[in-house]
Design a protein around this ligand. Sequence first.
Ligand SMILES: Cc1cc2nc3c(=O)[nH]c(=O)nc-3n(C[C@H](O)[C@H](O)[C@H](O)COP(=O)(O)OP(=O)(O)OC[C@H]3O[C@@H](n4cnc5c(N)ncnc54)[C@H](O)[C@@H]3O)c2cc1C
Length: 343
Amino acid sequence: MNVRTLVVGQGLAGSLLARRLSTTGSVAVVDPGQSNASLVAAGLMTPLTGRRFRLTSEYPQLFARARVAYTALGVFNPVTVYRMFADAEQRSEGLRRSAELDCAPFIQKVTDIPGQLSQDLTDTQGGVLMHGAWVDLPRFLADTKTWLGERLIKDQLHAHDIADTPTGIRWKNITAERMVWCDGWRAMLPGGLFSNLTWQPAKGESLDITSDAPAKDFVLNREGWALPCGEGRWRTGTNWDWEEQGEQVTEAQRKKLLARFHGYFNHPISSTVTSQAAGTRPCTRDNRPYLGQHASRLRHYILNGLGPRGTVWAPTAIDHLESFLEQGLPVPAELDYRRALLS
Ligand SMILES: Cc1cc2nc3c(=O)[nH]c(=O)nc-3n(C[C@H](O)[C@H](O)[C@H](O)COP(=O)(O)OP(=O)(O)OC[C@H]3O[C@@H](n4cnc5c(N)ncnc54)[C@H](O)[C@@H]3O)c2cc1C
């Protein structure tokens, strides 16, 4: 098979990139087909995040770009997210932040009265109802798999099996002009072309459950989240494990996540876990993606570091990488992976 671009990884990054680059040249993707961060993620875009209810300065632009990209793919769903204040300190911070002018377009309602939004919740400090979005990542990845067909090669690629020649890259029976590494957290593993960067991977787990919890038409958010999926089905998560990586689920998190979900409601509910999954976020120290061309192996590029907000960053990151690849425009310094090279 001869292709212009060989993409490594069929997560969110690799899938979006493959679709974009296919408009100007041939593309193939290699991925072993196991679980990944994109399949485990909630796929939520929420404007005010963290304990301090921060709205990052770039969020409005990133969100606007993402809405266009995911709408075109049929996987963008506007949702409201009810961020319940966890304690009095968070409440005063949340009330202060949500009153600021830049937050206004993203706020639907702010309340410090428990039960005002919904009487069956433990929102003892009130909360903020925000405009956000849910990107249906499992569907997007499945659609992309079908769309790729035979151009999706089910395999694990190792850097030492790749031959760079003056005319192109050779790997097994494939030749390509260039290769883009969208391999998520595994980029940090020894032997990888971009392992010499600062990586801060964070493992997280999520549960799919069925429950008799009262139906909601908004996402619940406090410490973690619970996404109502209709007909008594919910997806709930998550945690941050900075020590472990991989896709191994744990009994401890299963219990924790289930207890947290039950804790959102002010009366007993019963739930059954239908599936549990774990993934590892490819985080970077400054929470910005890594883009660019390898310093010595010039046919190799990186699109990675999407971090905890992959859905928000991916479309804009891909715009920049495409401009770099196709028009030679420089990658913005704040997204250039060389900022994170280990000395
Ligand atoms: C629990 C959890 C919850 C999250 N919630 C959200 C959320 O609500 N909103 C949000 O925006 N983001 C969220 N994220 C973050 C988001 O999931 C990531 O930013 C994003 O999915 C990363 O996509 P990726 O394509 O870079 O990596 P991945 O999805 O991990 O994909 C990388 C792919 O590369 C493949 N690969 C790796 N090495 C090789 C190799 N050598 N050869 C071939 N293939 C290879 C892997 O098998 C994998 O399929 C969450 C993440 C987790 C773990």
